[in-house]
Design a binder for this molecule. Structure first.
Ligand SMILES: [Zn+2]
Length: 333
């Protein structure tokens, strides 16, 4: 099924956007093997890699090898975590173990644990806390900020987990930031405009976790703002995929397949090969996410392979907000 989002149905979308639809349940993807002669990603000491991670662990799952390659080339890396991953109820229950009903304090504490794990994971790859920015936006709520909770014409979004309506003071990149879409776009635009990445890696819109899907739209919206302020700014925008039907688990083994029913963009699939040492270090970094290893070790271990897969999307513009949510699937993690 191919779902077409008509421009008229989505206020503010300036280009008609064709989104590959979701397959019916039970239908298995037919991935193609990643060929060793595929296009890849070249990095150097001039590389400034900015990774957008909806939750702590996405940066390693999607790009733990690429991060290492940039470090080896003496390039720069910065990771922006949009949420603390604080709303993963199954994970919170596993950590709390007190048998009581979960409270907002439990979810907040879980978010802090995941932040700390992110620091440990990036330290495993040789990076300090200075390379990380936690924005503290609401896990499971980013797509709502694209629509209803866009501006201060509305009350700020309240997290159903933490009951917060704004990031912690330590996470507010711009003072007075609240859970509103325009605030998230503004914070991302500030970060992109200041860091000026040569390579910007972000989730793609087909990712079936709503926060990942929403991340794409916020990044593109922010890029539009950056280009208005810095007309000469250009970055190499690449996407990664984490949640997409059974991919990559329908293709077990050491090599990520290309999800061939997804658009490989203007570049074709980009295949980044990891050395055995890089793969081992990626795995070690993933194991720093103890809260995640406690509940879904198979998922994290399934992303430690000999390669990573990216693509360059075709030029795409969006101006948020949109009248109705474009991201409608929900997977917790
Ligand atoms: Zn995620």
């Amino acid at each position: 099924m191919i779902a077409t989002l008509a421009a008229a149905a989505v206020a503010g979308v300036s280009w008609l956007y064709l989104r590959p639809g979701l397959r019916p349940a039970g239908e298995v993807a037919s991935p193609v093997a990643a060929a060793s002669n595929s296009a890849t990603v070249t990095v150097s000491s001039d590389t400034r890699l900015l990774i957008i991670a909806p939750h702590p662990d996405d940066e390693i799952l999607g790009a733990g090898g690429l991060i290492q390659k940039v470090r080896s080339a003496d390039g720069s890396v910065h990771v922006v975590y949009l949420t603390d991953g604080e709303g993963y109820t199954q994970g919170v229950k596993a950590e709390r173990r007190h048998g009581k009903i979960l409270t907002p304090a439990d979810y907040r504490a879980y978010g802090r644990e995941r932040e700390d794990e992110a620091r440990q994971a990036m330290r495993e790859l040789g990076y300090t806390a200075w390379s990380l920015t936690f924005l503290g936006f609401p896990n499971g709520g980013l797509h709502r900020l694209m629509t209803t909770y866009w501006s201060d014409h509305q009350k700020a979004y309240r997290s159903t987990y933490t009951r917060l309506t704004r990031p912690k003071a330590s996470e507010a990149f711009i003072p007075a930031t609240e859970y509103r879409g325009e605030n998230l776009t503004q914070e991302l635009a500030e970060i992109i405009g200041a860091f000026k990445p040569t390579l910007l890696v972000t989730p793609r819109p087909e990712d079936q976790h709503v926060d990942h899907c929403a991340a794409w739209f916020f990044v593109v919206d922010a890029l539009g703002d950056v280009e208005r302020v810095h007309p000469k700014f250009r970055t190499d925008l690449m996407t990664y995929i984490i949640h997409y039907n059974a991919w990559p688990f329908d293709h077990p083994g050491n090599v990520f397949p290309f999800p061939d029913d997804l658009d490989s963009g203007v570049s074709g699939w980009l295949n980044v090969l990891l050395t055995p040492k890089q793969r081992a270090l990626k795995s070690a970094a993933l194991h720093r996410y103890k809260t995640q290893m406690d509940v879904t070790p198979w998922f994290l271990d399934g992303f430690a392979r000999n390669n990573e897969v990216f693509s360059r999307p075709a030029p795409f513009r969006i101006a948020l907000p949109v009248a109705q949510s474009i991201c409608d699937e929900f997977i917790e993690h």
